[in-house]
Design a protein around this ligand. Structure first.
Ligand SMILES: [Zn+2]
Length: 239
């Protein structure tokens, strides 16, 4: 996998320089799954109060999903209850990745990396840029921080005002077309997503023959670049 990833990074760099976009190496951007017949359900913008409920639903249905978390967006990643639910979700085997600290249009990568190392003991190689936005500068910065960017190729539009019925309809249309390789954007901060849309679509996606896997599995990569034990709270655990 490492060789493949390095090759992909090299290729990206070569293409970028061939196009005269930049003379610096840039991170790979993934928009869809590579492994056949897989779907990666992803949940952004947490950690938040519905996370344990969502984690349990997924676990009880044999699904592993991916949570792209912020440091200080809906909640503070160091708050005691948030730490508890994030560690719970991580222990359940869901993949945790960075979605930046405060959900800016341009990223501060290190702060969330530090928080994930303290709270979960992990270094994540995956970054989801807020709003799915990136440019050469973001890609260069991501590359220098050993990150690949992960966006999506299907959006439930749950954070853009879609009702639960509308999001379910978007999923139904996708399932009818049966694409091979979806990375799906959802938000763990939307109660309709947690309590209505996901319980409705997970059985349907499984019945359609998909394997619901983490982003790392769907991309044929490693979940984490390193894993250690959870840290202990100290005075630096604050937003
Ligand atoms: Zn977001």
């Amino acid at each position: 996998m490492l060789l493949g990833k390095k090759f992909a990074l090299l290729l990206t760099a070569l293409l970028a320089s061939a196009e005269s976009l930049t003379d610096k190496a840039t991170a790979t951007v993934y928009t869809k799954c590579v492994a056949p017949n897989t779907i990666a359900l992803t949940f952004d913008d947490g950690p938040w109060t519905y996370e344990k409920e969502l984690s349990d639903f997924l676990t009880n249905n044999g699904v592993k999903a991916t949570f792209f978390v912020n440091g200080d967006n809906y909640g503070c990643i160091y708050d005691a209850t948030i730490v508890q639910s994030l560690q719970y979700t991580f222990r359940a085997g869901h993949q945790i990745c960075s979605h930046t600290w405060s959900h800016p249009h341009l990223t501060d990568l290190n702060k969330t990396q530090t928080a994930l190392e303290k709270v979960l003991g992990i270094k994540t190689p995956w970054l989801r840029p807020p709003y799915g936005e990136y440019n050469d500068l973001v890609r260069q910065t991501a590359y220098e921080n050993n990150k690949s960017l992960v966006t999506w190729n299907f959006d439930s539009l749950d954070s853009d005002g879609a009702t639960a019925a509308q999001s379910k309809g978007y999923y139904d249309s996708q399932i009818a077309k049966h694409p091979a390789d979806l990375i799906i954007l959802n938000h763990e901060t939307e109660v309709n997503t947690v309590r209505q849309v996901i319980p409705y679509v997970v059985p349907k996606l499984k019945a359609a023959g998909y394997k619901l896997v983490t982003v790392a599995e769907c991309l044929g990569g490693q979940a984490y670049s390193s894993v250690a034990s959870f840290g202990s709270r100290d005075s630096t655990w604050k937003c």
